[in-house]
Design a protein around this ligand. Structure first.
Ligand code: RIB
Length: 304
């Protein structure tokens, strides 16, 4: 039987333009290909976890427009349980405008639409679905109170709660003390620890400060360089995998989804981080968010 995880988060459609470089403020540049690709941090993580071998229930909100319908249809193709996806008429489904540059870097703006209508009472209404979950995973692209409601249910039921604090935000102690594992990138870790600027040498200190708040496991993701991990019994860098980046969009999402899937399946943390880094590295060799998430077999056998 596949281990069950619950993902609470956003569903977007990504409007992607390939560009020579990320435009500066006020600059207009001519791009090349345009693509409409399934995305959204929550959905990307749900899809990545499902492909990594988990039985995923996705709690989200889409509109009744064509984008929302297509998104739900796609989740079903990945055998994700979509029974907890709320349909909100009168708004649009989440949209992200994405520039992807030749070196694989990106810039993203999100119009959340229906994602903003996923309320704490919706999560409370779906409480039964958390029952046999091994992990609950959330990000910050839906209202913060909704994430808190999910964390409270997970905490009350003794289910590990992974928070990917993206997009970056200040996080209250009352949320942090319900988190089991937190997975910021460097910028998000700086926001959580109240820094306006930081350099690479600050990473151990930032991990320490977050860890000291509530004793939660801290995983700071550093792109291709790897992951800085701080737990009760380990602290240090776990090396990443070097690949030629085509598109880094959703690499963090694939990392989080695969990590949750691996931990739910009983893998120990160190091995699960390596597994998730393999998945994320594969994803950056391909265009797009959800289309880039690899399946279990590929994660296990990819030759770097
Ligand atoms: O993390 C990448 C995702 O961020 C994109 O798929 C986009 O939809 C935004 O949510």
């Amino acid at each position: 039987m596949k281990p069950k995880i619950v993902v609470v988060g956003s569903s977007n459609t990504d409007m992607v333009v390939k560009v020579p470089h990320i435009p500066s403020p006020g600059e207009t540049i001519m791009g090349a290909d345009f693509m409409t690709i399934p995305g959204g941090k929550g959905a990307n993580q749900a899809v990545a976890a499902a492909r990594a071998g988990a039985d995923v229930t996705f709690i989200a909100c889409v509109s009744d427009d064509a984008f929302g319908k297509k998104a739900v249809e796609n989740y079903r193709k990945d055998e994700i349980d979509t029974s907890c996806i709320k349909i909100q008429p009168g708004t649009h489904s989440g949209i992200a405008l994405i520039n992807v540059a030749e070196d694989g870097e990106n810039s993203i703006s999100v119009a959340p639409g229906a994602n903003s209508y996923l309320f704490p009472e919706d999560i409370q209404g779906f409480e039964d679905t958390f029952e046999d979950a091994k992990i609950v995973l959330a990000q910050l692209e839906v209202p913060l109170e909704t994430v808190i409601a999910a964390a409270e249910i997970a905490h009350a039921k003794g289910i590990p709660f992974i928070l990917n604090p993206a997009p970056g935000a200040v996080i209250s102690e009352s949320l942090l003390n319900k988190v089991t594992i937190i997975t910021p990138n460097e910028t998000e870790a700086a926001i959580i620890t109240g820094r306006n600027n930081f350099s690479e040498k600050d990473i151990p200190e930032m991990a320490g400060e977050i860890f000291d708040k509530e004793g939660i496991t801290v995983l700071i993701t550093l792109g291709g360089k790897g992951v800085y991990l701080k737990t009760f019994d380990f602290e240090g860098l776990i090396q990443g995998y070097k690949v030629k980046a085509v598109d880094t969009t959703a690499a963090g999402d694939v990392f989080n989804g695969a990590l949750a899937g691996a931990l739910a399946g009983g893998m120990d943390l160190y091995k699960a981080v390596d597994f998730a880094q393999r998945a994320a590295a594969i994803s950056v060799t391909r265009m797009g968010a959800q289309p880039s998430a690899p399946k279990l077999n590929e994660i296990q056998n990819y030759q770097f």
